[in-house]
Design a protein around this ligand. Sequence first.
Ligand code: SF4
Ligand code: SF4
Length: 451
Amino acid sequence: MSIIKKRSAFAGVKLPENKITEEEPVEKISLPQVAVIPVQQNIGAPCEFIVKRGDTVKTGQKIADTDKFVSAPIHAPVSGKVSRNKQVLNPVSGAVVEALTIESDGQDEWIDMEVIQKIADIDDLRQVLAMIEKIPAKDILGKVREAGLVGLGGAAFPTHVKLSPPPEKKIDTFILNGCECEPFITSDHRVMLEFGRHILLGMFIISQVLKPENLYIAIEDNKPDAIEYMHRLVVEMGLEDKVDVVSLPSRYPMGAEKTLIKSLVGREVPMGGLPMDVGVVVNNVATCKSVAEAVLEGKPLVEKIITVTGAFQKPKNLLARIGTPVSELVDYCVLQDRDKYHVILGGPMMGVAINDTGYPVTKGLNCVLIKQGKAGREQNCIKCARCVAACPMDLMPLMYPKYVKKGRHEECKQYYISNCIECGSCAYVCPANIPIVGYIKTGKKKIADKK
Ligand code: SF4
Ligand code: SF4
């Protein structure tokens, strides 16, 4: 029987939630007139463009691909004409990447998609489950890959890779991650409330590939409506004997894979390891929605639900096409006295401040946050160890600024810098305003550059 359970939390940090858009239904923003498509939108290998300037494309047409396994193809988010190639600065990675622009023809003419079942037309969910059981796992993986799916919680790790663990890694547990622990962000919450059937169908499809013994839906207790709705759908689908809906205390960063696994099933992912090393795969709710759309409707990933929040007059959850300039989201939600604010891609803990709002919506973007003023001035470390107490990965964050400032990046390895999940908890509690995560990102990049 599916039971709603409470589990005790890891220490973590209790943050002010500021979920000011949690009751804002998803709104569709108009198509961009010009979509900007960076060639790298996932962890792993970049793609190469397979269309060129002057080509006409349809919405959903593949425009970039690679033969590398750890990657995901990219599709045209609008129909129209490829207008030019350019370079854009990825503000998250700091790398300059190739991009192309597509001038929309305003028609939004889609490619023909291979539809097995339109999700909106489903009357009896149980019948669809019986149909899904007949789809071979390799076909599911092929459709997920061809749709260009990546983790939509922000990690952007190719989904078909995550669902293809090597044979020696037996997966016994799948966790559907509905913990949206970062303040302000509500896109996953809205996805659960508005696309719950999609999500559960996606979870069921994934379970046909991984064949786990244990299936969990993990949601923090600050979203009781989502917990109740997911539980109701589990019962409607007749999965109550197979799926546990679990309510977890709302602590940051509960939604990070490693902390979620530790909290929920008590397993510790080893330093430098992956969830599959402890028999677990975790997928975010929005990713599962896209899995259902890819497998049942043949729909590639061309749009995203994004929370646009903070000091806007009209903060919202928006459905935007990939490639839409962030400036169009900012304008849609109305920001006055723009000079007083700075724009962050992502939430307040893990996000990155940007100067150029011409940068587009990409697969990994889940929030655009507007904040007032500037961060406090950095001071010397007072060795208070608050950062150590706050770190969910049991690291010593205070060591990273010290070594990175001196260019002693290799020494960061002795303090397991690669195991940092860049959650920002250390910087949040630091009384000396040390931007610890910035130093960590620099340290990781310097180490990677030396390889
Ligand atoms: S919280 Fe800040 S001041 Fe305190 S030990 Fe960590 S880095 Fe130093
Ligand atoms: S060191 Fe990394 S994992 Fe630990 S609190 Fe800081 S950002 Fe989070």
